[in-house]
Design a protein around this ligand. Structure first.
Ligand code: SAH
Length: 247
């Protein structure tokens, strides 16, 4: 019996290349009203692989990035594909002050938080931070020589001063716009979750994030796709790894 692994990716620029490299074939959309694109195939000796892109917004003709599309997409993936392991990969902004550079890849090793949900009421304040668990990737990281990172998610590519303060207090290495929402759904549905990111832009750098992002998107996507292939090979060969354990 093959093990079912699903991979969720926000943008086609990040994920489509992997579907092509792995020879996955496109199926019907997970739900035509949302346009989440579903590719499927086999990987190695033991994996049944699905890759789902968050799709394109028909009104603005741009990719459906962000937390809301991410959460709905994860919910449909878990209901319809029933993965034993869920993976998210994509790009993120990295902190140069914490030693990150453009194109560098990482595996998320700490509970995943939000940085821009501000509700100053006891209980709500903590709940808005999230802090959803990730699978135990220590052996994977060691074997592949991948750097561990803390990620924090929010709804903006931009970073306000308050966001910056929060990110620093969270010891965030990278920031992006989907991971915490995906981790929330995976956690509630008890599906082990792992996330790999690569750096498209340095958030504490004078050049605006948007310009850096567009310049480095192709490079960072290429890097992360190759690391995801390495991770899939590892998973295919290590079916007893703690990564597969439900929390
Ligand atoms: N402006 C881009 C749109 C994508 S923006 C364009 O024109 O193509 C950000 C996307 O990349 C999100 O999916 C997010 O997860 C990721 N990302 C990369 N760098 C980021 C950063 N510095 N802050 C937030 N998200 C970032």
């Amino acid at each position: 019996m093959r093990h079912v692994v699903a991979i969720q990716v926000a943008m086609k620029e990040e994920g489509l290349g992997l579907a092509q490299k792995l020879g996955l074939s496109e199926r019907e959309a997970l739900d035509p009203d949302f346009g989440f694109r579903w590719f499927r195939g086999e990987f190695g000796n033991h994996l049944n692989l699905s890759l789902v892109l968050q799709g394109t917004d028909p009104r603005w003709e741009v990719e459906q990035i962000g937390l809301e599309a991410a959460a709905v997409c994860t919910t449909l993936i878990i209901q319809q594909i029933k993965p034993e392991l869920l993976m998210n990969f994509g790009t993120a902004g990295g902190f140069e002050s914490r030693g990150w550079s453009i194109g560098e890849a990482c595996v998320i090793s700490e509970p995943i938080v939000f940085h821009d949900r501000r509700v100053s009421i006891p209980g709500y304040q903590e709940s808005q931070l999230g802090a959803y668990p990730v699978a135990d990737t220590s052996r994977l990281r060691q074997t592949l020589g991948l750097r561990a990172a803390t990620v924090s998610s929010g709804s903006s590519l931009e970073m306000s001063d308050r966001d910056h303060e929060m990110l620093v207090s969270q010891n965030a290495d990278v920031k992006e716009m989907e991971c915490a929402a995906i981790a929330w759904v995976a956690h509630r549905k008890r599906v082990p979750f792992l996330a790999l990111k690569s750096v498209t832009d340095l958030v504490d750098h004078p050049e605006p994030a948007a310009a850096q992002f567009l310049k480095n998107l192709a490079l960072a996507s290429h890097v992360i796709q190759d690391r995801v292939i390495d991770a899939l090979k590892y998973l295919d060969e290590h079916l007893d790894d703690p990564i597969w354990s439900r929390s």
